[in-house]
Design a protein around this ligand. Structure first.
Ligand code: GLN
Length: 244
């Protein structure tokens, strides 16, 4: 057993915010911890439940359809925002995918309705009448300790996200649409809070990023390499699908 960890993960709304097999991201984190002898603990928090700001090293929210997001948005603000903000403050990783990413921002405007977000990322999303932004996507990432690495995955969203001055893009679009199909930016981050539109699920196709999240959530520890032949192949396939 390693001295590091355990990695304590809290999944927000694991039943509602989980499309395109986003749960696979959690399995990937679990396996890569366990293969290294690092303990892994997973908890889920649903509607009406209070969030413990100290109970996890990594808080995760997957994607969802508009109606699922609608069910979660006000609960997130009412019951979980202050704990999430406190967790971010102490350096816990907060990671949102697609619908989860949108709700980490200030708001998701859907027609006349505005779904509130927790405002941990300086981004705002507006649902457009234009076509959904769908397809394979690849980006080069610009994160501390991981610049110029490639993330490859799949996106399917109607919302267009715009980044304000308080956040940086997670990466630059090589292929695909990214945040809004116009500015070549994909995802966003601010300190240890990150969001991306990449589904698929994302982490099994991008093992390096799973390790980046594990290491960052555990305070920046160095992780021993794993035998990654299959993971490298999955990454290469996802890049190929995106044409990169
Ligand atoms: N419902 C949101 C949108 O369409 C998010 C979709 C998703 O999570 N795939 O923009």
């Amino acid at each position: 057993m390693s001295d590091a960890g355990p990695l304590r993960v809290c999944a927000l709304y694991p039943d509602l915010m989980n499309i395109y097999a986003d749960r696979g991201n959690l399995l990937m984190l679990q396996r890569r911890c366990e293969w290294r002898g690092i303990g892994f603990e997973l908890n889920g928090v649903g509607i009406g439940e209070e969030l413990d700001a100290d109970a996890a090293d990594l808080y995760y929210m997957g994607g969802g359809q508009d109606r699922d997001q609608e069910l979660c948005a006000s609960d997130l603000v009412e019951h979980k925002r202050s704990a999430l903000a406190a967790a971010a403050q102490r350096g816990a990783v907060i990671f949102g995918v697609c619908g989860g990413y949108q709700l980490l921002g200030h708001a998701y405007q859907v027609g006349d309705a505005e779904l509130p977000g927790v405002g941990l990322l300086d981004v705002r999303t507006v649902r457009s009448d234009g076509p959904r932004l769908i397809g394979n996507v690849a980006i080069t990432v610009d994160l501390p300790g991981a610049s110029d690495q490639v993330l490859a995955g799949f996106e399917n969203h109607a919302g267009r996200t715009h980044i304000g001055p308080g956040a940086a893009p997670l990466g630059r679009v090589l292929r695909g649409h990214g945040n809004n199909g116009a500015d070549q930016r994909e995802g966003a981050f601010s300190g240890s809070v990150l969001g991306t539109y990449l589904h698929g699920p994302l982490l099994p196709k991008n093992a390096w990023f799973a390790d980046w999240l594990i290491s960052t959530a555990l305070g920046g520890i160095a992780l021993p390499p794993l035998e990654d032949a299959l993971e490298d192949q999955a990454h290469a396939d996802a890049r190929r699908a995106a044409g990169v």
